[in-house]
Design a protein around this ligand. Structure first.
Ligand code: HEC
Ligand code: HEC
Ligand code: HEC
Ligand code: HEC
Length: 322
């Protein structure tokens, strides 16, 4: 292949992995509520929805904006919209925040997939089509879970060092934080909203640990100077590696071994190596997706991890409409 073509493909693929969501394709959660009324009700009770009413009014929010020399209203600032809001294009070239973190911030802007995802066609074909159209399906858990980590690792040196924004909550975990208040498993659970099955928990757990490693690395990659931010990310990265290593020791899964190889290949951590670290993170992303493809059912080798998996008492809040 010509070099020009390779470059073109790279540019095409990058936004899928790491770029901002395409807000011009957001249609709004009210459309989803027409068919997913129960999911919509659960979402309405969550912090993701409720913070829309008051986050921008808090003293901390105003202080952060001031420290960063931004406007007075977080809802209107691109920087804050990146993680706190769902933005919709209201007319060509004009867009505004319409909600907190709503359906499409996790499942992907829906314009191109909404009318395909419930069609009565062969499943594999439907999945292929909706994924190509930007839907983050539960079946592709690594891809879906990566949306959480993009926001929840707060990987932004300026926001934290200059803005005084809180650092990420170290207890964030895809398993424990998705199984509490925000849980919505009505579809697979035939109208109930019970906790994930033991098999599903294993997949959620492994994915959470690999994602944590990938995103702490992305966070460290962005550190430009010796600072609390850099130290915080380096410590979290080391802890994340140790955790993934334990998973490998118990399960001996090849994809996990390959994740560790990527980390080992980096040698001693240094500042100012952004492109090298981001490339390594892309490799981990690839192995994470392959892990899910192979072990989505939570079978055999994953059972060896059961003693490591956090119990229900650690879930973030209690589920709604169980
Ligand atoms: C016209 C009705 C309708 C609308 C509107 C709708 N959905 Fe769905 N959705 C469905 C049906 C039906 C299914 C189950 C499809 C199946 O059999 O797997 C589904 C399944 C899903 C799934 C699970 C897919 C999977 O692979 O397991 C997700 C996630 C989802 N919808 C999200 C959304 C979001 C987000 C919106 C709004 C942007 C939305 N839906 C709007 C009808 C709808
Ligand atoms: C990279 C993602 C990210 C960006 C960008 C971001 N935040 Fe946050 N913010 C978070 C997360 C995640 C939390 C929750 C902290 C936690 O529990 O880990 C949070 C918490 C907060 C809180 C404390 C919780 C509350 O509701 O009072 C305030 C205030 C806040 N952010 C304001 C802002 C403002 C203002 C901006 C824009 C200048 C901004 N944030 C940009 C991710 C982000
Ligand atoms: C677009 C960014 C974004 C995405 C994607 C996202 N979150 Fe959040 N989440 C936030 C922010 C910001 C807050 C804090 C809001 C506040 O306090 O004002 C938050 C809060 C939460 C809370 C409430 C915590 C508490 O204090 O009770 C839970 C639970 C949570 N997120 C879980 C998840 C999970 C699990 C995922 C992925 C499946 C996810 N989030 C995806 C930005 C995001
Ligand atoms: C903070 C991220 C986040 C938000 C916001 C969110 N979801 Fe989800 N959703 C998830 C995750 C993660 C799963 C998969 C959980 C799993 O597979 O164990 C999921 C699963 C689903 C499923 C499949 C459930 C099943 O039983 O298989 C549907 C349908 C769905 N979401 C619809 C919605 C709708 C509609 C909204 C908005 C009203 C919404 N989601 C908001 C993260 C989110």
């Amino acid at each position: 292949m010509k070099r020009k073509n390779i470059l073109f493909i790279l540019i095409l693929c990058l936004p899928l992995v790491w770029g901002e969501p395409d807000f011009s394709k957001v249609i709004g959660m009210k459309k989803c509520s027409l068919c997913h009324a129960r999911e919509f009700k659960v979402w309405g009770e969550s912090v993701h929805s409720k913070s829309y009413k008051d986050m921008h009014k808090t003293d901390l929010s105003k202080q952060i904006l001031k420290n960063l020399n931004l406007g007075k209203n977080a809802k209107r600032e691109e920087k804050c919209q990146q993680c706190h809001y769902t933005v919709k294009e209201t007319s060509p070239g004009k867009s505004r925040s319409i909600a907190g973190v709503s359906c499409e911030r996790c499942h992907g802007p829906a314009k191109d997939w909404i009318n395909i995802h419930f069609l009565n066609i062969e499943k594999s074909e439907r999945y292929r089509k909706v994924e190509a159209a930007g839907m983050n399906r539960p079946g592709r858990l690594y891809q879906l879970g990566s949306q959480c980590y993009k926001c929840h690792t707060v990987a932004d040196e300026g926001l934290i060092e200059t803005g005084g924004h809180p650092t990420s909550d170290p207890s964030f975990n895809l398993l424990t934080w998705s199984q509490g208040t925000m849980r919505h498993t009505f579809l697979r659970d035939k109208g109930n909203n019970r906790p994930a099955s033991p098999e599903r928990r294993r997949v959620l757990y492994v994915v959470s640990q690999v994602l944590n490693l990938e995103y702490q690395l992305r966070g460290f990659a962005k550190a430009t100077k010796k600072s609390n931010y850099a130290t915080n990310k380096a410590v979290k990265l080391q802890k994340a590696s140790a955790q993934v290593y334990k998973i490998y020791q118990k399960s001996k899964i090849t994809e996990i071994k390959n994740v560790l190889k990527v980390i080992k290949g980096l040698g001693k951590l240094k500042l100012g190596q952004e492109s090298k670290y981001l490339q390594a993170a892309d490799e981990i992303y690839k192995w994470g997706n392959l892990f899910v493809e192979k072990y989505n059912g939570g079978e055999a080798p994953l059972a060896t991890l059961d003693s490591m998996i956090p119990p229900e008492s650690e879930y973030k809040g209690s589920a709604i409409g169980e």
